[in-house]
Design a binder for this molecule. Sequence first.
Ligand code: B3K
Ligand code: ZN
Length: 869
Amino acid sequence: MSQKTAKYRKDYQAPDFTIHSVDLTFELDPSQTRVTNTMVVERQGSHQRPLVLDGEGLQLIQVSLDDKTLNGDDYSVNDQQLVVSTDKDRFTLTIINDINPSQNKALEGLYLAENTYCTQCEAEGFRRITFYLDRPDVLARFTTTIIGDKSQYPYLLSNGNLIKTEQCGDKHVAVWQDPYPKPSYLFALVAGDFDVLRDSFTTREGRDVKLELFVDKGNLDRSEHAMTSLKNAMKWDEERFGLVYDLDIYMVVAVDFFNMGAMENKGLNVFNAKYVLANPATATDQDFLNIESVIGHEYFHNWTGNRITCRDWFQLSLKEGLTVFRDQEFSSDLGSRAVNRIQDVKIIRSHQFTEDAGPMAHPIRPDKVLEMNNFYTVTVYNKGAEVIRMLHTLLGEAGFQRGMQLYVERHDGQAVTCEDFVAAMEAANEQDFSQFRRWYSQAGTPQVEADVDFDQDKQQLNIALRQTTPATPGQSEKLPFHIPVKISAVTPSGQVITLNEGLLHLQKEQQQFVINGDFSAKLQAGEQPVVSLFDNFSAPVKVSRKISANDLRTLMAHAPDPVSRWDASQQLFGELIHQAIAQQTTVKLDQQTISACRQLLTSDADPALIALALTPPGAATLADNYDEIPVEQLRHNLKQLKKQLAQALKDDVMARYQQLTATLKAHDYQLQGDDISQRQLRNTLLSYLAEINDDAAWFESVYEQADNMTDTLAVLQAVTWTEHSVAEELLNRFDQQWQGEKLVMDKWFQTQALADNDATVARIETLMQHADFSLDNPNRVYSLLAAFTQNLAQFHRADGAGYRLIGGVIQTLNDSNPQVASRLLSAFMSWKRYDAHRQALMKQQLEELSALPNLASDLQEKVENSLAA
Ligand code: B3K
Ligand code: ZN
C-alpha cells in the first residue's frame, strides 16, 4: 500500500498509448464481480515501449490481444500495473478480471453498500475496477454492459444513453453508450432499487432533456428541491455562460455511502444523499441552499471539467476553482449575493489560511503530489475560485465571458492545463497576465500592510500598500503578486464619497496610490474620509492596517459594500479579543461598540446581514492570527464577548426576536429569501438569549413551537452550546423523534460534538455506540468526529483525551477507509502552532501513525509532511 512515490508536475509526459474505445461488461456479484474490458489501443509516437496499464487490487483472469490469448511471456502483472509487450501500433486488448465490491470499504472503485452498487473513480479509482490508462489525458468512447439480478437491482445505470435492454432469466442486461470521449475518472455505474423523480428540461435550442433523480425508496417527498435546483442550474448556465447541456438524459443518484459531496460523472452524477434529500421537516435552510449549490456545481462541471478536462491532476483547479466560482455565482444570482460572499470569505479565513500556514501548504496548482485524494483541498477549490474571481474583477463580466468563450472554442473535447485557461483569458482581452500567473505557482497567504492618509491641503487620499508572502514548504522566496484592491470611502457621517478610482493594482512589493474624489463637496471642514479597502474581499490576502475603532464603526454602519460592512464588525470584535489576550485580561465590550451593535440590530438592514455582523469571528479565524494559539484564552474571551453582548442588548434582542417570530408565524414555512433571512436573524438572537436566560420552560416551548428543522436545530444548538439547563431534555427529545433518520441524526451528533463542554469527549465515546452511528459511513464520521476536531477547546484538551480519541479512530480507518481517515488527520497537521505540552501530545499521535506497518498513502503523505515541519 505505502510504496507510492511522489509525482512532480514538471515531469509530465504525454501518454505512450491512447485508448479510442472501451467496452466494459460487468457481471454483478457481491463478492466476485467479473469485469470484461475490451479496448482499442493505439501507440502514440514512434517509441517501442510496452503498454503499461494501472490496476490495483484486481484479480486478473485473462489477457488477449487481437483475439490471441496471451501467456505469461507477453505480459507481467503486479499489484500496481499490468505491462503488455507488443510491437503492434494499433490493437484490441481484452482483459478479464474479478473484483470484490462488498469488501470495498474505502468507497473508491466499485463498491456495494446497503444493496446499492456504486462507483467513485476520481481521481484514481478506475484502476480498482479494471486495468487501464487511468489518467485524465486519455479520452475514450465508453460502452458499458451491466448484467445483474432483476429483482434486487431493477435499475442498471451508466454514462450516456441507454441503447439496449434484455432479459435473461432472473437477470437483466442494460447497455449504455456515451457518445462523448472521456477520461476514466468520469466513468460511473450504479445498480440498485430506487424511487425515481422524473422531469424534463427544454434547452434554448429546443432539445428535450430527460431528467431523472434516483433516491432510496420512500424518499420522493424529499427530492423536489434537488430537481428544481437542477433545472435552475441548466437555465442559468445557458443565460449567464451560454453553455447548453449536450446529452438527451441527465441522471442524479443519491446514495448513503459516499466519501465526499458528489461526483460529476458524465450524464450520471452520484450524490451523497445529504446533498439531495430535503424537506422542511428534515432539512435546514442551509441544507436547501447547499443542495442548490452542489447540484449546480456538478452540473456546471459538464462543461468545465467534462467537455474540457484536466491534462493531469496537478491541473485540478482548472476545473474545480472555475466550477466553484461558477456555483458561487449561481447561488449569488439566485439568492443573496452579499450573504453568499460573506460565507465564502469565512471559509477562506477559517480554513484556507490555516492550510496555507501548515505543512501541506500548496499553490492552487500543486507541484508535488503523493496521494492525489489529498489535494481536493480548500486551496485548490476555494482559493482556486478566488483566483478566478480576481480575473473576473480585472476583466469585468463582459471580458471574462469573452475569455470563457474563447477557452471553450479552443479546447472543447481536450484535456488541458491552467496555463491554457489563462492564455485564453489573455488572448480574448489583449491582456498580459504574466505576473498574475504567480497566483497559480506560489503558495501562501499574502499579507498586505496598508497605510491610509488624507492630505487636507490637496484634498487627496494617499494609500501606501506593501505586500509580503511568508515562506511555505519548498518555497522560501516569493515574488510580488498582482493584487486587485477594491476601495471606497465615506464621510464620518456615512455619506458615500465618489472616488476617481475604485480598483487599485498592487503589483510591486510597495506602492503608493494617490486618489482624487469629490472630497471637498462631501466633507465638512476638518473631516477625514473613512476608507474601506479590499471591498468584496477583492483578493485572498490578510490585511494589516491601523484603523480606529471609530472608523470601523462608521464602516460597519455605512460602507457602500455589504461585505466590508460585515468585515468591519469582524475587525472590531477581533480587535477586542486580541487586546484582551495581549493584556492577559478578560475582554470588555465598550459602550460605543454596544451602541453600534444596537443601532444595527434595530435598523432595517437585511436581517441575514445583521445576523452575520452580530456574530463574532469563529475560533479558527481568530486562532490564525497567532503563532502559538492561545487555546484557553480564545475560548474564554469568545464566550465572554457573546455573554456581554447578550447582556448589554438584552431588551432589544428580545424585542426583535419576538417581532421576527410573529412575522414568520403569520404564514407557513417558506423557502424564500426574506423568510430565510429573517429566520437567520431570529435564530442568531435565540443563541444570544440562551447565553443569559435560564428559563427552561421558555426554551422548551420554543422547541415545541418549531415547525421546521431550521428552527428546531437552532434551539437545540443554542441550548447545547451554552450548557443550558434544558439541553439534556431537548437532546433526548430530538433523539426520540428522529432516531433511524440518519441524515437528521447527523445534526444531533454534530451539535453534541461541537459543545465546548468538558464531558464532550466522554459523550462522543458513548455516541459512537449509538444505533445510528457507524464508522463505515463517512457522513457519520464527519458529523461526529470531524466536527469534533473543530471544537477548539475540547479537541485540544490539555490532558490529550481529544487527541487520543481521534488518533484511535484514524488508526481504525487507516485499514478500512483511508480517505476519510485522512480528512480527520488534517486536525493534527498544525501541531507546531500549539504550546510545547500540546505539541508533544499531538506529535505522539503522528508518530504512532507513522509507525503503522500498513499506513495508507493518504495518511503517509500528511504524517511525513507534518513531522518534517
Ligand atoms: N470532482 C469531485 C471530487 C472528487 C474527489 C476525489 N477524491 C466532486 C466535485 O468537485 O465536484
Ligand atoms: Zn467539482
